[in-house]
Design a protein around this ligand. Structure first.
Ligand code: DAV
Length: 372
């Protein structure tokens, strides 16, 4: 089939990027404390309640400036860039099963939206404050829906997000218990409802790797499997047992091009799950330590220093990396990539970096089988 007339077409994380959505920090709010999330301010000697409501304008502006920088870089590379529709994230939510004081933001479209070949899929989401985040992308989805008659559009079943969907004692488990439990892969969400964030999936052609995490449970992976396998995909659950608070695969296990995955030295893949890669001559390359340590991350950032490896591929040979992450840039250069450094540290505040802050709608290329 010709793919050059398609609008929605993206099969992996690295083929040449043609159209992408870049998130926005406009109207971003603090992430609320809720059963699926306990945000904590960094660098405090005495804990105090996490702020609520809109984030300071200055923080949002600094992040927006960097996001705009990403837009310019992508456009200079010939990529069509779209932005989310403005929304007011300070509006509280009340559904029949939960209430939350404010919503979050649209900095990270990756968490919500995913293109799987010619399909756009909206994730269930795992947190109350992000329940309606898909709304920021609906006008774009309708535009693609109108323009591309072959595109399909799926919305995963919305979970109740009621109190009993969550495992509250998870947050107070001592480290020793987390260590004991690390191979059980039980986190803050129970297994009774279908729950997943889109960012727990890594796309490699016919094969989709899904991390079991705080944001994606086994019922979620079962739903993804039954949804995708009849369409010809193969779905593989993957685990990184040393990450006690896993959320989203893209700071842990990052495919860079066919045959090459960037791995996190502190989060090795569960023993046995590497076999499929090795049997198909894939290579793992270990990421260097980030230059920005956990202590230097922005004050309200809830992600780890490993957002350093949350890179965005423009093509199999061109890649965008945070400006200060020189060791990673050098490693990627030595692997034959042309590296585009870009300042993005103010976006870390919102939990992600270049991959999180984007959602690719179209890359060239077709569905390949990289694991025959
Ligand atoms: O801390 O590894 C980063 C990605 C969140 N969207 C972490 C999570």
């Amino acid at each position: 089939m010709r793919t050059d007339t398609r609008i929605v077409n993206s099969w992996n994380e690295w083929d040449t990027l043609q159209e992408v959505v870049v998130g926005t920090a406009e109207n971003a709010c603090f992430e609320p404390t809720e059963p699926g999330h306990r945000p904590q301010e960094r660098g405090l000697s005495e804990p105090r309640p996490f702020p609520t409501g809109p984030k300071p304008r200055e923080l949002n502006e600094k992040a927006e400036e960097e996001l705009t920088g990403l837009v310019s870089l992508l456009e200079s590379q010939g990529v069509t860039v779209r932005r989310p529709a403005p929304r007011d994230y300070s509006v509280p939510l009340k559904t029949p099963t939960f209430e939350v004081e404010n919503q979050y933001c649209a900095v990270c479209p990756r968490d919500v939206m995913i293109t799987l070949g010619n399909e756009i899929l909206e994730a269930t989401m795992s947190r109350r404050s992000r329940y309606f985040e898909y709304e920021a992308y609906r006008s774009l989805v309708y535009k693609y829906w109108d323009e591309d008659p072959l595109m399909t559009w799926s919305v995963a079943p919305k979970p109740s997000m009621a109190d009993d969907m969550y495992r509250q004692d998870f947050w107070t488990w001592p480290l020793s218990k987390r260590h004991e439990e690390m191979h059980n892969f039980e986190f803050c969400v129970t297994q009774d409802e279908v729950v997943f964030d889109a960012a727990d999936m890594a796309r490699m052609g016919k094969d989709i790797f899904v991390q079991e995490s705080m944001t994606t449970n086994r019922a979620g992976i079962r739903w993804i499997t039954r949804h995708l396998e009849p369409k010809g995909f193969r779905v593989h659950p993957v685990h990184f047992p040393l990450d006690y608070f896993p959320s989203h695969i893209d700071a842990t296990f990052i495919p860079l091009r066919a045959g090459l995955v960037l791995t996190n030295p502190e989060r090795p893949i569960n023993s046995g799950e590497e076999k499929l890669f090795l049997a198909n001559d894939w290579e793992f390359v270990t990421a260097p330590q980030p230059l920005t340590g956990n202590d230097e991350m922005p004050r309200y950032c809830q992600s780890s220093k490993w957002v350093s490896i949350n890179v965005l591929s423009i093509s199999p040979s061109k890649i965008i990396v945070e400006e200060q992450e020189k060791p990673l840039q050098d490693l990627l250069c030595s692997l034959g990539f042309e590296v585009f450094p870009l300042p993005f540290r103010h976006v870390y505040e919102y939990g992600g970096s270049l991959h999180c802050a984007t959602w690719d709608v179209r890359r060239d290329g077709v569905c390949e089988d990289y694991f025959p």
